[in-house]
Write a new protein. Structure first.
Length: 360
């Protein structure tokens, strides 16, 4: 291994990976724009038509970060503290996203889908979303696993990955990790070939595909950490942002499934390695920090607006100029709302739960 390319053990350097935080925010914003656009255009005509691959980037980054944060602490903290810490980190915004989805469903000014469902059914939809229990029963919403907050499907698989990590992955050797990653790559390849894409996991018919997606990417991220595959480079936040956006904006072609597969199998792990080893320009530190902090709030709170937008588009048929203004304005407003939700809800709730649940 070339020692000039790889940094020392990040646990010893206690490094914080600001550029990876920034890239997570870029990926989250891409998801928002992609969701706006997919309500109007099919993916091949969407300029960020591969924005859904941001989820695979998240999964890979999650494997890296979980390994970094918990590999050497798990024995000391124990399973109970680990699961409490993950619930505190993830679940407040799961609840908020469910509430927002419920309100948008009940009071959507451009749609009347709520009139098709009884109060009991609506309550079940909300509880399933809040408790992360897949409940794909709404045909008008393409049988999303979580009809009130569609992006929660990836959080479901994130929870599954955390459970498997705590009981299995934290204990296995690097040799076993390599073997599992190779198996996961083979499974994901079969899924991509069968489906013709790497887009599944969010709905009733493609539910198992989500497991294949996180199985590989989470393991790949964990493998990067365990083998310390952190590549020193001078690409910086801007250079790596360009490289990340290239994946989301790549065109569709005859072998689209293969292109998507290669991005997930090779390109995203490479970006994680590069992002962990890149040098951050001091002037961009605040941007990366803000981008990282806002990434999860905007991911979990934006979709209520997407459903309203979809009903507005179908009822009013705005032209291209109007759509451009709506999507740009909507994305900016969603960033502002996500920041407010983080400050007024997520951070205070997490601090409260940490004091109550993680007392020593």
């Amino acid at each position: 291994m070339n020692k000039q390319l790889f940094q020392p053990d990040p646990l010893k350097t206690k490094q914080h990976f600001e550029i990876l935080d920034g890239l997570r925010g870029i990926a989250a914003l891409t998801v928002v724009v992609f969701h706006f656009m997919e309500m109007v255009y099919e993916p091949s005509k969407n300029f960020v038509g591969h924005g859904f691959l941001a989820v695979d980037f998240f999964f890979c980054l999650s494997g890296f970060v979980i390994g970094y944060a918990y590999d050497q602490r798990m024995g000391q903290m124990g399973l109970t503290a680990f699961f409490k810490s993950r619930i505190i980190r993830l679940h407040p915004l799961v609840i908020l996203g469910s509430v927002l989805g419920l309100l948008a469903f009940l009071f959507d000014p451009f749609g009347d889908q709520a009139t098709l469902y009884s109060g009991g059914k609506v309550l079940l939809l909300f509880l399933a979303s809040a408790l992360m229990i897949p409940f794909p029963v709404m045909p008008e919403r393409s049988f999303n696993l979580f009809s009130l907050n569609a992006p929660a499907w990836s959080l479901f698989w994130e929870y599954v990955a955390n459970i498997v990590y705590a009981f299995v992955l934290v204990k296995i050797s690097r040799r076993w990790l390599v073997g599992l990653t190779i198996c996961a790559a083979a499974i994901l390849s079969a899924v991509a070939y069968r489906a013709g894409n790497v887009m599944g996991g969010w709905g009733k018919e493609s539910f198992p595909d989500g497991g294949a997606r996180i199985f590989y990417s989470f393991l790949a991220g964990l493998l990067i950490f365990r083998f310390n595959l952190i590549i020193k480079n001078k690409l910086g936040f801007v250079g790596l942002t360009v490289l990340l956006l290239m994946a989301f904006m790549m065109p569709y072609g005859a072998y689209n499934w293969l292109a998507e597969l290669l991005v997930v199998l090779c390109y995203f792990p490479l970006l994680i390695s590069l992002g962990a080893g890149a040098i951050l320009t001091p002037g961009l530190k605040n941007i990366c920090e803000f981008s990282g902090k806002i990434s999860y709030p905007i991911y979990m709170t934006h979709y209520a607006v997407i459903w309203i937008f979809s009903n507005y588009y179908n009822s009013h048929h705005p032209n291209t100029t109007q759509l451009t203004v709506i999507i740009i304005t909507g994305t900016l407003l969603l960033i502002g709302f996500a920041y407010a939700a983080m400050i007024a809800f997520d951070i205070p709730v997490r601090k409260y739960l940490q004091k109550r649940w993680l007392k020593k």
